[in-house]
Structures are given as C-alpha cells and as structure tokens.
Design a protein around this ligand. Structure first.
Ligand SMILES: Cc1cc2nc3c(=O)[nH]c(=O)nc-3n(C[C@H](O)[C@H](O)[C@H](O)COP(=O)(O)OP(=O)(O)OC[C@H]3O[C@@H](n4cnc5c(N)ncnc54)[C@H](O)[C@@H]3O)c2cc1C
Length: 469
C-alpha cells in the first residue's frame, strides 16, 4: 500500500527496491553495509514533500542520504528504514553579481566549486570527499575541512535554505540576505541536524572571490608552541590570508606513505610538528611579481619562514616549486582518512580544543594512554589552526572489546573536556556517537534538543537512531 502510494507520487524510477538499493547501502569506505527497505529518489521539492507525507502516514522511517561520505554512519539506514536520496535534486545556478549559488541538495561540492570557478568565484568548503559529498550532506553535517580557519564551516557560508519537515511541510528560507532577524533562526538549526529534523532540498550559498595566488609550504616546527606562535604571527602579518594550517606529523606521514608510496615525502627529515601551511589571496597586489619575479604572496610566506628559521622555531621548510608539487602535498594530506582506514580498525576521535591547548593535550593524552596500555598505537593529524584533531587509537586486537573501547574513550575524552574541548568537532554524531552525546552534552542542552526533535518530528520518522540515539 505504502509502496504503491510512493510509486504513484515519485514515479516508478523514483522508488528502488531489492538489489537496486545496493549502491545506497554502503558508506564511502565500503566497510559498513546497511540495506534499506527501499530507496526514494524524488525529482523535486514537491516529491520530497510527498514522500515524507506518505512515509509519516505509514510510520516508515526515512534516512536522508547525500553522497554517503559521512564518517559517523548517519546516512546508513537501520533495519526496515527507507533511504531518501537527494541525488536527483541537482539544479545549480550561479549569480556572479550577487556572489551566490542556488544549489539543489544533490549537487556535489566539486560540481559547485567548478561552476563557481567558471565565474572567478569559489565555495571554500574544502574536504577530501568533494567529488561525492553533496551540498545537502555538507549542510546537514555542518562540514568543516581545510579552510575553516579563514572562511568558517558550512554554516558560515549558507545564506538560506529550503527544507521539508517530517510530515511533508515545506519550510522556505531561500533568502540571499546578509541580515534577516525574523524570529528563531531555523536555517542555523537545520544546518548540522544530520537529517534528524528535516530534509534539506536546496540552499543559497555565499561565494567568495577565487584566489588569484596561493603560497604553500610544509614546515617542520620545533614544537607545538612554535607552530602556534608562527600561526598567530602569520595571521597578523598577512591580514588573515592564512587559509590552511594542517598538522601532519611524521608518524601520520609514514602511515599515509605506507599505503600511498607514490606520494613524495614532504621533508627530507620527518618532523613531529610538520605543518602544511597555505596562504591565498584574490588581490592583484599579492599576485603581482616581486623583485625576484615570484608573486608577492610567496615572498611574504618565505620571509615569515626565514624569520622562523633564524629563531629556531622552524628547522626545515619545503616550498613547492610547481602547482604539481603543491597538489602532491595536498594529496598527501587528503589521503590520510583512506590510509588509516586501510591500515586497520581504530577508535577514532574527531575532537576540538582551544588551539592553544593542542600541544599540552597531545602530551597528556599520549602519556595517559601509555601509562595504562604501554604498547598502544596512536596516530594524529588535523586542522591545527582550528584546534581540530583527528586522533586515532589502535589497541592490541587481543582482548579488544567494547569495555576496552569505552575505557579508552573515557581517557581521551575526559582530557578533552578538561581542556574545554568537544568530542565531536566537524564530523557530527550520526549513529557512531549518540552514546557520547548522551553522556557528555550539557543536560539542559540535551533536554532542549529532545524537545525540538519531539516538536518537529513527533513520530520520530526522520533518521531515527542518529544524533539523539
Ligand atoms: C576522504 C574524506 C574526507 C573527509 N574530510 C572531511 C573534512 O575535512 N571535514 C568534514 O567536516 N568532513 C569530512 N568528511 C566527511 C564528509 O565528507 C562530510 O560529512 C560531508 O559533508 C558529507 O556529505 P554527504 O553528501 O556525503 O552526506 P551523507 O554522508 O550522505 O550524509 C551525512 C549526514 O547528513 C544527512 N543528510 C545528507 N543529506 C541530507 C539532506 N539533504 N537533508 C538532511 N540531511 C541530510 C544524512 O542523513 C547523514 O546524517 C570526509 C569524508 C571523506 C570520505
């Protein structure tokens, strides 16, 4: 009955069942498989609304899905749930004068970036999954990435959006305004709600002038403090042109290169505080050649590094001499998630700290873990400029059970909390971390979240099991 109503509303090709659902059943790494009861593929907002109205009437749980590149299993259905794929909502329109894009939820990040680039503009959410991650998913997870330091995360780049609530009600907030204080900010509430409050169908996004010039280096800092001091100085000296400040320590580089041996080592001598730093500017004066014929921005970065070398804050630095060399450095950074996945099973943490606390946290967490489990393996890297670490722990497989995972989580996350940090920086909660949310979120905030969920999705059909558990 429900199936027939859905087919009538969405068309025969708008409802997939059986083996046709396979493509939607696996996450990006192929590690997790969750077969949906069916896949709904509406063509437009009206189709999303109809699908949700029918699903609500039938008590059918629905999991919104974009590119399925999320790393917290938020887009993978539980038993008996339908996947609502946004892949056919792929409309895209750039307004170069307004510097905005109107994008359907199913548009990939890369497609948006390429369309913006054709107008000399950029959408600066930079993540390794750009080829598959969709605008709907990027907003639903409030994705971060390499350029948060300068441009903020996805929320900061969204001016307006449209979404469909659990019963099929359309909420139209497709404004392109810089200011709009008209009551509760539903846009910002839905961004980051991971498909549990509404299905995002399209959005108005803020674009920025595309950089004309970039200056990139891989530097070996004496220690974490030296790296952070350099960052603060460079932020001031460049007037905020630092776009990325990515920690890639020797251990992480070795792990990546074990799985991607074709990627060159960034430095001759590995460094514990190796950082990939990138400046970017759209200003003509920064792109103009300096006395040595190279762009002024490159000269600025080199002078900052020369100063740091002279003071001993930096022991070595490599500057790519070509775009190919620059991209190779970025490939190394972007290969990290796939490399750690190939390496084996880890307990993965995506933590946020005040960035000044990162060096002390790392020292303390390594000591605390080794005190209890001397041979334990760890790996870390991340968006140092944002204080966002991707910290992974691999216990001895012998005797590794749920209780051990919980003990390790407690050691790491108690320290994160002691530094005023967060257990979920940019990847969200999904189905992987509701237990941490329940335990570690402020009880008042948690109660308010549950009240919002109950008000917007009283029957609990939108992505049940994700976020609030
Ligand atoms: C190699 C790699 C690198 C990555 N790097 C980063 C990084 O640097 N920073 C970062 O933040 N993330 C990163 N990610 C994680 C991931 O790419 C992002 O979370 C991305 O935003 C997910 O987009 P998606 O379309 O794949 O969403 P999905 O995985 O399909 O969905 C993610 C969540 O959003 C919900 N959702 C999806 N679409 C909608 C919609 N239209 N309406 C409502 N809810 C929806 C889903 O239900 C799910 O809960 C990386 C992932 C990979 C594989």
């Amino acid at each position: 009955m429900t199936l027939a109503a859905l087919v009538e509303a969405l068309g025969a090709d708008g409802v997939l069942t059986g083996a046709d659902c396979e493509r939607y059943a696996r996450d990006w790494a192929g590690n997790r498989r969750a077969m949906p009861a069916m896949v709904l593929r509406p063509r437009d907002v009206a189709g999303v609304s109809a699908a949700l109205r029918i699903a609500a009437g039938a008590g059918l749980a629905v999991v919104p899905q974009g590119g399925n590149t999320g790393v917290c299993a938020g887009a993978l259905p539980g038993a008996g749930m339908a996947v609502l794929s946004l892949d056919r909502l792929a409309g895209l329109d750039i307004d170069p004068r307004a510097r905005t894009a109107r994008a359907g939820a199913g548009v990939t990040l890369q497609a948006l970036q390429e369309a913006a680039a054709a107008h000399g503009l950029a959408f600066p959410v930079e993540i390794g999954a750009r080829g598959s991650a969709t605008i709907g998913g990027v907003l639903a997870t409030n994705a971060g990435g390499f350029n948060v330091l300068r441009h903020g995360n996805a929320r900061a780049l969204c001016l307006g959006l449209r979404a469909v609530l659990a019963g099929g009600q359309v909420v139209d907030l497709m404004t392109a305004l810089a200011k709009d204080n008209t009551g509760y900010d539903l846009r910002d509430l839905l961004i980051g709600s991971e498909g549990t409050l509404a299905v995002i169908t399209d959005a108005v996004l803020r674009l920025v002038p595309a950089p004309r010039v970039r200056a990139t280096a891989f530097a070996a800092f004496r220690d974490g403090q030296a790296a952070l001091d350099f960052l603060a100085r460079a932020e001031a000296e460049t007037g905020g042109l630092i776009e990325a400040f990515e920690l890639l320590p020797a251990r992480a580089v070795a792990l990546i290169r074990r799985h991607f041996p074709e990627l060159p080592a960034p430095l001759a001598r590995p460094a514990d505080w190796g950082v990939l730093v990138e400046l970017a500017s759209a200003a003509g004066r920064d792109a103009a050649p300096g006395p040595d014929g190279r762009p002024a921005l490159a000269g600025l970065l080199e002078s900052l590094l020369a100063e740091a070398l002279a003071s001993g804050a930096v022991s070595d630095a490599a500057l790519p001499q070509s775009e190919a060399q620059r991209l190779a450095l970025w490939r190394l950074r972007e290969a990290s998630l796939e490399a750690t996945t190939r390496e084996g099973r880890w307990i993965r943490f995506d933590i946020a700290l005040p960035r000044v606390a990162v060096p002390a946290f790392l020292e303390q967490v390594e000591a605390a873990l080794r005190r209890q489990w001397p041979g334990i393996r760890t790996n870390h890297l991340g968006h140092l400029g944002d204080g966002n670490l991707h910290y992974s722990v691999m216990p001895d497989p012998v005797g590794w059970d749920a209780a051990l995972t919980a003990r390790i989580e407690a050691v790491v996350l108690d320290l994160v909390a002691a530094h005023g940090g967060s257990f979920a920086a940019e990847h969200g909660i999904g189905r992987a971390k509701p237990h941490l949310l329940a335990r570690r979120k402020d009880p008042g905030a948690l109660a308010a979240m549950r009240a919002i969920k109950a008000a917007l999705d009283p029957a609990g059909i939108l992505n049940p099991g994700a976020v609030l558990g």
